[in-house]
Design a protein around this ligand. Structure first.
Ligand code: FMN
Length: 413
């Protein structure tokens, strides 16, 4: 069957063989296309694993290696990102000429006159999740005859369910994990720049998470003020002071939650490609590192296998690497600035909460006076104590995270 498939030419035969084409984790695939996705250049690994000759590859559309089990929605996302000028990362199952398959994690980037793709072997745990997402997507496409765009939206929704804010964030996390897994398997550490941007990315996410929890706490604490007012009602004509305290509390909490800086911090990522600076820098540094490796790998491969035209191709790859290094640097600076701003936001919240704590002292005094008549106030005070403890602990965690980040940064500088 393999021999038949090989003889019948690349496009005619769509036989599938449920067997994987082996390749090593240190091997990288390279291809460059024009703006329509027609292959213009490739490296020996791409030809060998796909089972195609140079004549079959050059001038053929890249969908030559398309596997029928790949959901259309993934390619829709890929082209959508490319058209917007982004580099796009995606897991892709490809079909070799003899019908066997191979999986890659592809990073496709716009370059002068078209696009180029560098692909590596996926090995991270995320890959398993993605295969399930793709299987569901393929099922949906076949059963409900979805358009590629509809399928893309459903795939993104699945990835959001899996914990990623959008496709843009997913592809960054995927590249980061694949890169780390591959370097780990090769007993190598990720570069210091990638480690630093990863730390920045994690810290920013942690702070945002803390601030989000804080706002939930503030919202819940508004219930406490309602309870205070209920208690005050029992006092009939003496309810004045407690009512005032409750109103003050409510107002101050609302001021914190509605503060423009807090609202901006908690704004969710919106569209498919909406990602924060520090996440962009992780992606760009990882892509730059990958391009760097691609240059070395292809140069050695070309010398060994007498592959023509490698030097010119590698100049394009090196250009992309340099561009990303510069952009990543800028994104890192913006990311650090954003963390410093978040740290200032946390400090601002801390001051506002300190104001609240003062009101709590007044309430405690009132509660003392009214001890006999209003036992319910004691439990309200207990709730307030818990609320203040939680808020202080969250703000402390924020400052600890910022301190550790800045310490690492000064060590790296
Ligand atoms: C640089 C570049 C690399 C690509 N690599 C692949 C690939 O490895 N496998 C693949 O199926 N499609 C790849 N594509 C996308 C194909 O051009 C095509 O959109 C896809 O195979 C879906 O084809 P279809 O829309 O006709 O179904 C690549 C596109 C570009 C621009």
């Amino acid at each position: 069957m393999h021999a038949d498939a090989a003889r019948s030419g690349p496009r005619a035969d769509k036989t599938l063989v449920d067997q994987e084409v082996p390749f090593r984790a240190d091997e990288l695939f390279f291809s460059r296309t024009d703006t329509r996705g027609v292959i213009r250049a490739f490296n020996p690994v791409f030809a060998r694993v796909g089972g195609y000759s140079a004549e079959e590859l050059v001038g053929a559309p890249h969908k030559l290696v398309r596997h029928p089990e790949m959901p259309k929605g993934v390619f829709w996302l890929m082209w959508e990102g490319l058209k917007r000028g982004h580099s796009v990362g995606a897991y892709v199952k490809n079909r070799a000429k003899d019908g066997r398959f191979y999986w890659v994690f592809a990073v496709v980037s716009p370059v002068d006159g078209g696009y180029l793709s560098v692909r590596l072997k996926p090995t991270s745990a995320l890959f398993t999740t993605v295969k399930e997402v793709y299987a569901r997507a393929l099922g949906r496409e076949r059963e409900r005859s979805l358009t590629p765009e509809q399928s893309a939206a459903a795939i993104e929704a699945d990835l959001i369910d899996a914990g990623f804010a959008n496709y843009g964030v997913f592809q960054i996390e995927a590249l980061r994990r694949e890169h780390a897994s591959r370097e780990g398997a090769r007993k190598r550490a990720v570069t210091p720049a990638l480690a630093a941007s990863g730390h920045l990315f994690d810290v920013k996410r942690e702070i945002e998470q803390e601030l989000r929890v804080l706002c939930v706490n503030l919202k819940e604490a508004e219930l406490i003020t309602t309870n205070m007012k209920i208690q005050a009602c029992k006092l009939k004509s003496d309810r004045g002071p407690i009512n005032e305290i409750a109103k003050n509390y409510e107002m101050m909490m609302r001021d914190i939650r509605n503060h423009p800086r807090v609202i901006q911090t908690l704004r969710d990522d919106q569209g498919t490609w909406d990602v924060a600076d520090e996440a962009k820098s992780v992606f760009m540094i990882a892509v730059a590192d990958l391009m760097e490796e691609m240059v070395t790998f292809f140069t050695q491969e070309a010398e060994r296998e007498n592959h023509l035209g490698a030097t010119a191709e590698m100049e394009v790859v090196a250009g992309l690497r340099d561009r990303y290094r510069i952009e990543a640097d800028r994104a890192m600076q913006d990311g650090y600035r954003a963390v410093r701003q978040l740290s200032a936001d946390a400090e601002m919240i801390r001051r506002m909460v300190t104001g609240l704590a003062m009101v709590r002292v007044v309430l405690r005094v009132e509660a003392g006076i009214l001890r006999e008549r209003l036992s319910g106030l004691q439990s309200i005070l207990g709730q307030l104590d818990r609320f203040h403890d939680e808020v202080s602990a969250a703000l402390e965690r924020v400052q600890d995270a910022v301190t550790s980040l800045m310490r690492d940064r000064s060590l790296a500088a």
